[in-house]
Design a protein. Sequence first.
Length: 158
Amino acid sequence: MTEFTHLDHTGAAHMVDVSSREVTERVSTARGRVLLAPATVAMIRDAKVPKGDVLSTARLAGIMAAKRTADLIPLCHPIAITYADVALAVEDWGVAISADVRIKDRTGVEMEALTAVSIAGLTIIDMVKSVDPAAVLTDISVATKSGGRSGEWRNPNG
């Protein structure tokens, strides 16, 4: 088992020093789902959600969230994101969310992709909560990552 790098010699959590790491292109994709009632799915498809354009609002919220991840997660490094995008697909069960984030830096970008998916999903729920209070954000995970010391990785669960 490798040493957990987010703990100092006393066992306290601390930010990892990445200054000696090589700057490389790092890419991560995360995915998630918002489960919705069939009537809510129809409202999104027909652009009839009372709060407005669910998908555009959620997409922008996800991109904005990726850029603010270090403000939300205590030990994340502030990084200069070179690309972030959130894709949303309306399915019969709800909305599929995918976020792609890229950087050229010394640390990974997985948390930024996960944050983008999370906030896009929460934005969908906020937009539809008056018509579907049972909406569920679920299955958020890293799908792929590349770059850095660990190289390429693909989630075996999809």
